[in-house]
Ligand binder design. Sequence first.
Ligand SMILES: Cc1ncc(COP(=O)(O)O)c(C=O)c1O
Length: 437
Amino acid sequence: MNQNPKKKFIGTLPQKELLKLYSKYVNAPKVRFFKSFGLGVIPGERKGVIMKTLEGFKPGEPPLELYNCRTSGGVFNLGHGNPKIIQFLKDALDGGLDLGDHILLSEQRALLGEKLAELMPGDISKTTFGVSGGEAIDTAIKFSRAYTKRKGCISAIGGYHGHTGFALLTGDPSFKDPFMWNFPEFKQIEFGDPVAMRKAVTEDTACVVLETLPATGGILIAPKGFFAEVREICDNAGAMMIIDEVQTGLGRTGHLWAIYGGLYPNERIIPDFMVLAKGMSAGIYPLSTCSYKPFIEKAVFKDDPFAHISTTGGSDIGCAITLEMLKIQSDPSFLNHVIEMGKVFKKGLEEIKDEFPDLIKDVRGRGLMLGVEFCDEMFSQLAMLSIIKEGVLLDYCDNKKDTIKILPPLIVKKHELDIILSKIRSGIAKLKKIKKN
Ligand SMILES: Cc1ncc(COP(=O)(O)O)c(C=O)c1O
């Protein structure tokens, strides 16, 4: 698997030594957390849909071989080490690309901006670049405030948009309270409730920020018509509608954008802002984007073209790789593959649910973004561990812990899904035995 056998990057020290270093120099509580779950392992070699660990659960044990159904929330849409992307990166480096200079103009940003405008819903056609999802959400909220000259922001309870400035303010209290980061203008309401939304949005509201299928919130599905109503509420109040497709965009639902046909076939909503990250990197080079309708530009940049900058955001190399990724992922045959695999996966999970009705309450999602809700939090966490031990990496939703989320690489094939489903089934069957005893 090592692509360059001349130089070793993976497994330079035994796992035990690396855990000690991580604990001492990076984050000791995080190491303790993973060890308490029996998961004190470090990712090692990875290729396609498989991620190996450096060693097994105990020192010296052989590496675990895990089907990656976490994909870091959709970072690895094209699998690990996608050969086309790797070759493209090498070519781009040999071709002279580097970070570029954020203050100067950029050929790569111009080309990617044009492609995004072509792919985005409606007239969303301007893009400001960043490195992370949180940064891109911060940008969208910042620009909404500049345009509306208002401060209010409405987001969903259980939603998640990042751990940075404005993004953190949209999140749940447990994320922001320790940092004394609270402003009354930032309010959270129940996801999918149009009545609550109508009440919350006022003439002080700058923006509404929503995920389409809240991932951290439990892969929730809003009722049909909800997003159309949010659009209308925002229009009536003069507030901006920001859609966070950090996890759901780029084909995850089998449609390029969840908000534009990916949730309900005939529901195509055009927000004012669309935020992308994670998979934009093609798993290789970080990039995030905040794209918006052209009328917003003047409010931010007219008086100062440098009103928003980011040194490493929108790097030349990142933009070039993202363009290559978009060529692959916007292809209709790629999107059809996701729809077909999504049907196979959901059907398989529903069969498992029917087999274990006293453990599993619900299977939901769109395309290859699926959630399995258990009868309680304890069982979802035990299920997660049991399934990982069978060889499938996945995790639970942080703001709805009774649900595990499943996001395999979008390139996953039918025979791989069959193996993944059988491993998920045996992990849950072992849990059933615990429940009986
Ligand atoms: C829906 C959503 N939005 C935004 C973010 C923040 O992205 P980042 O971690 O790149 O800042 C995340 C991260 O998990 C996310 O899931």
